[in-house]
Design a protein around this ligand. Structure first.
Ligand code: MN
Length: 150
């Protein structure tokens, strides 16, 4: 976004005027399912970006960790998220903080689309994916194993 519109009107179905609906990730290098991305705010004068992600029922974001942080506000739908060692039920208006280097994933487990705002650093490191050993360690916790299979 190079222009600076003062007011972008919301349009139906969690879209915004002249905001492109993009694939979740550009390269196919990380696993995810049925999720789209819209960049709502990204300005060189601001050190953060605000994105809207939406996953269809049964969709999920990539299980990953990285140095940069996320601050998430659930806008629509219900689901579950993994943050570190905890699996949490999430619903509209809940706030989720993802600290640096913390495993995280969102899943639309509520039989409906799950949509959320995600505030993130503009300059960010490449996400790390879990190794087989990391996955085994996570899955040793039955609630995390159930979450990853939901
Ligand atoms: Mn992330």
């Amino acid at each position: 976004m190079t222009d600076r519109p003062i007011h972008r009107k919301a349009t139906p179905d969690y879209r915004w005027d002249k905001v492109d609906l993009l694939p979740y990730k550009e390269d196919g290098s990380a696993p995810f399912k049925s999720i789209t991305r819209q960049t709502l705010f990204a300005d060189p004068a601001l050190a953060g970006e605000l994105r809207y992600f939406e996953m269809a029922d049964g969709g999920f974001s990539t299980l990953e960790r990285h140095q940069h942080m996320h601050a998430v506000l659930i806008l629509r739908g219900r689901g579950h998220c993994l943050v570190g060692d905890d699996v949490r039920a999430i619903e509209p208006r809940d706030l989720i903080t993802i600290p640096p280097m913390t495993w995280h994933q969102f899943r639309a487990t509520g039989g409906e689309p799950l949509g959320f705002l995600c505030m993130v650093n503009a300059a960010r490191d490449k996400p790390q994916l879990p190794t087989a050993a990391d996955l085994a360690r996570l899955k040793a916790d039955p609630k995390i194993a159930a979450f990853l299979e939901s």
